[in-house]
Design a protein around this ligand. Structure first.
Ligand code: UFG
Length: 338
């Protein structure tokens, strides 16, 4: 069984490639390397003993996507390709709308041409907006996204629902990720942000390794036990295994299903910092700052639907996530750049 991973060289894509190969699938990666490194392929090969077939292409270009389908018998697609930097998306919204929507439409059109009907999409908990109560469950209304990145996720979910309604052979699983952190336990693949990290864990690990001086904690007056924002952090390897279950589900079913991938537990920013310090033995200096615009107070998942439909649940705890993120950062202080 051959599965195409668009954006498969990125953080979540590379971990999913490993778990898909471990589960016996043939993995084909298409990535334009705009925010990833070709070295990931060597690392995947070291971990699994198998080198995935690689196409350095932009999946917004139809001819290139067609070529992949003509050279391989693709049974399903996991679509990671897309821009993901929230603050950039508020400054350059058209870049996000153009790329994230175009890549999705192009892949879907080629899938339709080639009669490939199983699709898994990288959606986000951001589609729950800021009006719902935690834990977020899949029946809650979506909307109220606060940035262009989040809006593209919501639009693509709606596109997929329409496509599934029109084509009774088509199946889409809309995976709503909570906060993926951690790294493969080998320390060979992990998160390698370009420039100053926006997300909490890479900022913590870069501070611990000495690249950044101090971690800014955004907001101390939230209505949470310690005043800092609460999120559902999930180990990227667990998240990757969720994709293995989701593509199987997509190949065996039809219709569009939104499914949360989270742990069901919320941790505050300060809890994550403390857990990291304990796991690494390294002190992380913090400075308390104003709230970051667009942040919600609480975000954590209801995990029942994933358990029921995918027979999947997260296994790793926050200590594992911190240990593995630190192991990756120590072994690769500059990501894939050295
Ligand atoms: N935070 C800090 N300091 C930092 C970075 C983050 O205090 O330097 C705090 C944030 O304010 C927030 C928490 O850490 O309370 C987590 O922030 P992240 O940026 O790591 O993650 P977000 O929850 O903001 O964003 C994530 C994904 C997005 C997605 C969003 C909503 O990165 O892709 O969840 O689902 F859109």
């Amino acid at each position: 069984m051959s599965i195409l991973l668009t954006g498969g060289a990125g953080f979540i894509g590379s971990h999913t490639a490993v778990e898909m190969i471990n589960a016996g699938y043939d993995v084909i990666i298409a990535d334009n390397l705009s925010n990833s490194s070709e070295k990931v392929l060597d690392r995947i090969e070291t971990i699994t003993g198998i080198r995935p077939k690689f196409y350095k292409v932009d999946v917004a270009i139809k001819g290139d996507v067609r070529r992949i389908f003509e050279e391989n018998k693709i049974d399903g697609v996991i679509h990671f390709a897309g821009y993901k930097c929230v603050p950039e998306s508020t400054k350059i919204p058209l870049k996000y709308y153009r790329n994230n929507i175009d890549t999705t439409l192009t892949v879907l059109e080629v899938m339709e041409e080639k009669n490939c009907n199983a699709f898994v999409f990288s959606s986000s908990a951001t589609v729950y907006g800021d009006k719902n109560e935690v834990p977020f469950n899949e029946n809650m209304p979506t909307g109220g996204t606060t940035n262009a990145y989040g809006s593209t996720k919501l639009m693509i979910e709606n596109i997929l629902k329409d496509v599934a309604a029109a084509n009774n052979k088509f199946s889409a699983v809309l995976l709503r990720y909570f906060n993926p952190i951690g790294a493969h336990p080998s320390g060979l693949i992990g998160e390698a942000p370009d420039g100053i990290p926006n997300n909490l864990m890479p900022y913590i690990t870069q501070t611990a390794v000495g690249i950044r001086e101090v971690l800014n904690v955004f907001g101390t007056d939230y209505n949470t036990p310690d005043g800092t924002g609460v999120r559902d952090y999930i180990h990227v390897v667990d998240l990757a295994k969720g994709h293995v279950a989701a593509i199987k589900y997509a190949m065996e079913n039809t219709g569009a299903e939104a499914i949360n991938l989270g742990t069901g537990n919320g941790s505050s920013v300060l809890e994550v910092v403390r857990a990291f310090e304990k796991a690494s033995g390294v002190n992380v200096p913090v400075e308390f700052k104003e709230r970051r615009p667009g942040d919600v107070e609480y975000s954590y998942a209801s995990v029942e639907k994933a358990a029921e439909l995918l027979n999947w649940k997260a296994e790793y705890d926050l200590n594992d996530m911190c240990k593995h993120a630190w192991n990756w950062q120590k072994k690769n202080p500059r990501g894939y750049n050295e």
